[in-house]
Design a protein around this ligand. Structure first.
Ligand SMILES: CC(C)(COP(=O)(O)OP(=O)(O)OC[C@H]1O[C@@H](n2cnc3c(N)ncnc32)[C@H](O)[C@@H]1OP(=O)(O)O)[C@@H](O)C(=O)NCCC(=O)NCCS
Length: 180
């Protein structure tokens, strides 16, 4: 299982002992509202434990706990929600605990996950999606250099209103050219 180290973070496999910190961080409705696939009801210890069980057993994905390098505290989660080794493609996802927003941690972790995907897993294509009005995530996506591909119109709901999903990707050649 992968462990990825960045300047400020260690991205490592989930452990059952992460349950309380996960329930606290991902329990925030402000965090989950932007993630269409996330359970939108109550998110407590049971839901956190179910996720950790799934994350540790899932071979078609790479779910990592984002932890502070110094304090070891959980600051978020993400990685590849899907990896398809037939097509050599992966889809990135992430969330950061509300108390840690605005410090550049999503950008730092996403660039590290992209590097791992292209250089270790040898993926050809990495994609990412965000609700069209998720300005914070769109800023992260832009900072990481993803190329816009289009919009799935009004395919999701956010607080009772329809919202589209914006699609982005990067190809291995583009990553290589940026990181020469
Ligand atoms: C999206 C998210 C992961 C960003 O985490 P983060 O660690 O704060 O991100 P970073 O600090 O790396 O970058 C955030 C950028 O968004 C910008 N931003 C934040 N809120 C914004 C807003 N309302 N409008 C415009 N830009 C905004 C910040 O200014 C920053 O850009 P900058 O560095 O150019 O100033 C975090 O807000 C989150 O967990 N949101 C809920 C879950 C989610 O949306 N996940 C992604 C689903 S696609």
């Amino acid at each position: 299982m992968a462990t990825i180290t960045t300047q400020r973070l260690v991205l490592r496999p989930w452990k059952f002992g992460d349950d309380k910190a996960l329930a606290r961080g991902f329990g925030s409705k402000k965090v989950r509202a932007w993630i269409s696939e996330a359970p939108q009801g109550k998110y407590g210890l049971n839901e956190a434990r179910e996720f950790i069980k799934m994350a540790t057993e899932n071979n078609g994905a790479l779910y990592l706990a984002f932890t502070d390098k110094k304090s070891r505290e959980l600051v978020g989660g993400g990685g590849f929600n899907k990896i398809n080794f037939n097509q050599m493609s992966g889809e990135i996802g992430y969330w950061i605990a509300e108390s840690q927003w605005g410090k550049g941690l999503a950008t730092e972790s996403t660039l590290a996950v992209m590097k791992y995907g292209f250089e270790k897993l040898k993926l050809h294509r990495i994609s990412i999606v965000a609700l069209e009005n998720n300005e914070a995530s769109l800023a992260v996506i832009r900072k990481c250099g993803f190329v816009p591909e289009g919009l799935h119109r009004e395919d999701s709901q956010l607080e009772g209103k329809w919202a589209g999903t914006a699609l982005f990707s990067m190809l291995a050649g583009e990553w290589k050219a940026k990181n020469k």
